[in-house]
Every structure is written in structure tokens, then in C-alpha cells.
Design a protein. Structure first.
Length: 254
């Protein structure tokens, strides 16, 4: 009986692995997703230009500098389209439910609380260290907060839309694919690679801030592996971004 159960587990594991894109294919699809984001951004920019009666892309960029809500709307629309693209990639590989590839399983509240608390503690600790070392802080956060007239649009993008897309992509699609690397410590390496590519996405920040993002990405990745659910890193990511908005609000109110 024991041998039969072990055989079934092995078969299930092989079946689950075979239903994912390989590491190489995952890297290729990530490049395709990156290029698609530029194409979709251009298309959405055209739509926004027509809606706001603007002459060209440069005029739209100038308009968004004074109306941050429009930028949040644009980024939320882009996130929605890219999520559809991601769904298509998963369905192209397997016919089973989307959540089989990108697990969205319930997690005990106690575990969620501990992981979210750990993420916030790490974010605050890194902020403290950077302040003590006198390291420069990017003005990106201040800019997007200051120019947003309706903070609900900003909240929707920063706390809901961005974490949802980024966790589905990096702790979901990328991590699942890189776990298939032919190495003994493939899961840990997958976590590091997913965190590294996620950090590169945040090129608007200083190098030391991007390193901090990488460290947070590693924590998010291990939370995904330990709880076997994307719900955990998604809530952790949302909490970190919520803290970011609170810090910006407090800083600009002084």
C-alpha cells in the first residue's frame, strides 16, 4: 500500500511538472510579455489621447504629469490586459483550471498574519537602515503621490492592480517555470531568479533600493513555496505597497 501511494505521489508530481512551461520557455514567454507590454501601452496611449483630445504621446505624458489619476488608470488598464495574456499562456500549456498553474488556495489566517507582519517588518527595517546610512531615496514615490488628485485611483493601482499582476507573473508564472530547472535546489534558485527579474522591473529606483526590492522578492517567493498559495505573497505585496503610500502621505504632509 505504501509503495502504491508513493508511486501515485510521484506520478502526480511528474504530471504537475509536465503541465508547466519549461524554464527556457518561461524565460522566452517573459520576454514576449515584456515586449507585449510596450505594444499594449502604445495602443492604450492612443486610446487615452483620443479620449482626452490630445495631439500626441508627448502631450499625453505632459497631461499625466499634472493629472496623476490618468497615469493610474492607464497602468490599471495595462495590468488587466497583461493578466489576460498571462491567462492565455497558461491555457495554452494546459487545459486544467488556471489556478492549477497559479495556485490561489486558502491559507490559515494565522499564517497570513505572520507572513504579512514579516514583510512589513522587513520593509521598515530596510527603510531604517537606508536612513541611518544616509542613502538617497528616489523621488518616484513622492511624484506619483503628489500629482494624484483622487487617491483612490492611486490606491487601486498601487495596492490592488500592481500586486495582483506582479505576483501572478513573478511568484506565479516565473517561479513555477524556473522550478523546473535541472538542479537539486531548483525551488530556491527559482525564488532568487523571480526576485531578481522583479527587481529589474523597478528601474526607476536607485540601485540600493532595487536590492531591497530583491530581498523582499525573496521573502515573497519563500512565502509562496511555504504556503503553496499566491494569496500569501499577494497580500504581503499589497501590505508593503500600502505602507509605501502611508509613508508618502506622512512625508508630504509635513
Amino acid at each position: 500500500m505504501s509503495e502504491h501511494m508513493n508511486t501515485n505521489k510521484t506520478t502526480d508530481a511528474l504530471s504537475e511538472s509536465a503541465s508547466r512551461w519549461s524554464a527556457g520557455a518561461t524565460a522566452g514567454w517573459m520576454l514576449a510579455l515584456f515586449l507585449a507590454s510596450f505594444a499594449v501601452s502604445s495602443f492604450l496611449a492612443e486610446l487615452f489621447q483620443m479620449y482626452f483630445h490630445l495631439s500626441d504621446t508627448e502631450a499625453l505624458l505632459e497631461y499625466m504629469k499634472a493629472h496623476g489619476d490618468v497615469e493610474s488608470m492607464l497602468m490599471m488598464a495595462l495590468s488587466a490586459v497583461l493578466l489576460v495574456f498571462l491567462w492565455a499562456l497558461v491555457r495554452l500549456k494546459q487545459k486544467r483550471p488556471f489556478t492549477d498553474y497559479l495556485p490561489i488556495r486558502s491559507v490559515p489566517m494565522k499564517h497570513l498574519f505572520l507572513w504579512v507582519a514579516a514583510a512589513l517588518a522587513l520593509a521598515l527595517a530596510m527603510d531604517f537602515v537606508m536612513q541611518r546610512l544616509g542613502l538617497p531615496v528616489s523621488s518616484f514615490g513622492e511624484d506619483i503621490y503628489a500629482k494624484s488628485m483622487n487617491k483612490w485611483w492611486l490606491f487601486g493601482f498601487v495596492v490592488v492592480s500592481a500586486p495582483l499582476l506582479e505576483e501572478m507573473v513573478f511568484r506565479g508564472f516565473v517561479l513555477a517555470g524556473f522550478e523546473r530547472l535541472p538542479f537539486r535546489d531548483a525551488p530556491a534558485l527559482a525564488v532568487a531568479l523571480a526576485a531578481f527579474t522583479w527587481a529589474l522591473l523597478h528601474g526607476q529606483y536607485h540601485a540600493h533600493e532595487m536590492f531591497g526590492i530583491f530581498v523582499l522578492g525573496v521573502l515573497l517567493g519563500f512565502a509562496r513555496l511555504q504556503t503553496r498559495s499566491l494569496v500569501t505573497p499577494l497580500l504581503m505585496h499589497a501590505a508593503i505597497n500600502g505602507l509605501f503610500l502611508m509613508e508618502m502621505a506622512d512625508y508630504l504632509s509635513v
